[in-house]
Design a protein around this ligand. Structure first.
Ligand code: AMP
Ligand code: GLY
Length: 448
C-alpha cells in the first residue's frame, strides 16, 4: 500500500477561508491521507477529521519551507492567488517539495490581465475586444473610449486588485472617471498603472445571468479535466445589485449548459490556452478557472483565475464523488492525468454565503455566532467556515451553507435559504448575517 499522506493547505497571509476549509475537508475524507494541516485555520477546519493544529505558525516562505521539511509534509496545496502570484510554487519546488499550483510565470494568467489578453489573442481564444494603455497614456485612453465604446465599456487595472479592479461603465462619464481613478488617482497603486479598456460583452439574449465559472485541473503535459459548470453571484444584494464582492453564493451544475457547450468551452478556451502556455515555455499546472460570458456567439473569456473559485468550489466539492487528493498529488508530482476521470453525484448543490453586514465595505468582527448547533447533520448538507474564530465572526464572508438536492436546483436553493435563518450574530439587525435570497432561483433549464 502507498504511504499515507500528510497534507498542508496554505491560505492567504494569516487567514484561511471557505475555499481552504473545502480543501481541508476533502483531504480529511481521503483514505490516502493521514494528517491535515492548515496555516491560519478557522473554527470549521479545526473540527475536521485528521486535522492537526499548527502552533506556532511559520512566518514567511523560508520559515514555511523549513516547517514543511521538519513535519515531512507530502503534499502542499495553495488556496488563493496571492501566494501563487508571488512565486510560492517556484520557491517550494526549488527546495525539493511537492506543491500543487502554477509557477509564478504561469500564474500571470490571473496576475496580469495584459498577459492573459496577449495569450488569448495569440491563441485565438474568444474574449472581449480591448486595448491597453500605460500610465502616461491618459489622453489616448480617454480618446479611445470616446471614439470606440462611448455607450458601455469595462475599464480594468492590469494587476491583482482583490476583485475590485474591473469597472463596468454604462456611459462615457463613468468610463472617463474609471480611467482617472487608475491613471491619475492611482487608486489601485501599481496594479492600476496600466489599464485595459474592453468592449462590454452582452449575454446571450435568452439569459439574464450568462456568466459561467469553469474550473479545470491541468497537468504539466497539457491534459485537462473540466469540472461541471458553476455560477457565482458576485454583487452583494439580490438581483445582482450594488457592489461586487468575492462571491455571495454559487450553484452547480448549471442546467442550461449542455455537453456540447462544455465541449466547445474545452476546445475553444482551455485547449488553445494551455497549448500556448506550453509553447511559450511556461507550461501551466494546477487549477485553471475560466470566468466566461455565454454570448450569442458562444463562450467568451472575461477573466482567468489560477486557483479554485470561492464559493464555486464549495458547491462543486459537495457533488464530487472522486477522491481529489491523489489527483492533486499526481499533478504536483508532474504526472499525467490523461487516464483520470472525475465522477459527480447527480442533482444540484447550492452554496449560500452568510456575510457580515456592511461587507464588502466596513463591517464588525468578533461577534458571537449562534445557531450552528441548529443546523442538520445530514449527508445532503455541509457548512464550510470562512471567517470564524473561537465561535465569533472574523471576516467579511463568515459561513458557507451548502445543500445537495436530488429534487432539483430550486429545492436546494430553498432549503439552504431556510437553514440560513437559524444562524445569527451581533444584534441580528444592524450587525447580523447578510445573505442573498435569490441564489440558485429562476435559473432557466435550457436556452434552445
Ligand atoms: P473581473 O474582475 O474581470 O472578473 O470582472 C468583474 C466582473 O465585471 C465580472 O464578473 C463581470 O460581471 C464584469 N465584467 C468584466 N469584464 C466584462 C466584459 N468585458 N463585459 C461584461 N462584463 C464584464
Ligand atoms: N468566485 C470568484 C472567484 O473565486 O474569483
Amino acid at each position: 500500500m502507498d504511504k499515507l499522506l500528510r497534507v498542508l493547505i496554505i491560505g492567504s497571509g494569516k487567514t484561511a477561508g471557505g475555499r481552504e476549509h473545502v480543501l481541508v475537508w476533502l483531504a480529511g475524507k481521503s483514505p490516502r491521507v493521514e494528517e491535515v494541516y492548515c496555516f491560519g485555520a478557522n473554527d470549521g477546519m479545526r473540527a475536521e477529521p485528521k486535522y492537526i493544529a499548527v502552533s506556532p505558525e511559520p512566518q514567511g516562505v523560508d520559515d514555511m519551507i523549513a516547517w514543511v521539511r521538519e513535519n515531512e509534509i507530502d503534499l502542499v496545496i495553495v488556496g488563493p492567488e496571492n501566494p501563487l502570484a508571488e512565486g510560492i510554487v517556484d520557491r517550494f519546488r526549488a527546495a525539493g517539495l511537492t506543491i500543487f499550483g502554477p509557477t509564478q510565470a504561469a500564474a500571470r494568467l490571473e496576475s496580469s490581465k495584459f498577459f492573459a489578453k496577449k495569450i488569448m489573442t495569440t491563441a485565438k481564444v474568444p474574449t472581449a475586444r480591448y486595448r491597453s494603455f500605460f500610465h502616461d497614456e491618459l489622453a489616448q485612453a480617454c480618446n479611445f473610449v470616446r471614439n470606440e465604446y462611448p455607450h458601455s465599456s469595462v475599464v480594468k487595472a492590469d494587476g491583482l486588485c482583490a476583485g475590485k479592479g474591473a469597472m463596468v461603465c454604462r456611459d462615457l462619464d463613468q468610463a472617463l472617471r474609471a480611467i482617472h481613478r487608475c491613471l491619475v488617482d492611482r487608486e489601485f497603486g501599481t496594479a492600476g498603472e496600466a489599464i485595459l479598456i474592453e468592449e462590454f460583452l452582452l449575454p446571450h439574449p435568452k439569459l439574464r445571468r450568462a456568466e459561467l465559472s469553469i474550473l479545470s485541473l491541468v497537468d504539466i503535459h497539457g491534459n485537462f479535466l473540466m469540472f461541471p459548470a458553476a455560477q457565482d453571484y458576485k454583487p452583494v444584494n439580490d438581483n445582482d445589485e450594488d457592489d461586487n464582492t468575492g462571491g455571495m453564493g454559487s450553484f452547480a451544475p448549471v442546467p442550461w449548459v449542455t455537453e456540447a457547450m462544455m465541449n466547445q468551452i474545452g476546445r475553444k478556451i482551455f485547449e488553445p490556452t494551455i497549448k500556448m502556455m506550453q509553447s511559450l515555455g511556461n507550461p501551466f499546472s494546477g487549477v485553471l478557472y475560466a470566468g466566461l460570458m455565454w454570448t450569442e456567439d458562444g463562450p467568451k473569456v472575461v477573466e482567468f483565475n489560477v486557483r479554485f473559485g470561492n464559493p464555486e468550489i464549495q458547491a462543486l466539492a459537495k457533488l464530487l464523488k472522486t477522491d481529489l487528493i491523489p489527483i492533486l498529488l499526481a499533478i504536483a508530482q508532474g504526472k499525467s492525468i490523461a487516464d483520470v476521470k472525475l465522477e459527480w453525484q447527480p442533482g444540484y448543490a447550492v452554496c449560500l454565503v452568510l456575510a457580515s453586514k456592511g461587507y464588502p465595505e466596513k463591517y464588525e468582527k468578533g461577534l458571537a455566532i449562534s445557531g450552528l448547533n441548529q443546523l442538520p447533520t445530514l449527508n445532503e448538507f455541509k457548512v464550510f467556515h470562512a471567517g470564524t474564530k473561537d465561535g465569533k465572526t472574523n471576516g467579511g464572508r463568515v459561513l458557507d451553507l451548502v445543500w445537495h438536492s436530488m429534487l432539483g436546483l430550486e429545492d436546494a436553493a430553498l432549503v439552504v435559504r431556510n437553514l440560513a435563518t437559524k444562524i445569527n450574530w451581533g444584534d441580528g439587525q444592524t450587525t447580523g448575517p447578510h445573505y442573498r435570497t435569490d441564489i440558485g432561483l429562476n435559473v432557466p433549464l435550457t436556452i434552445d
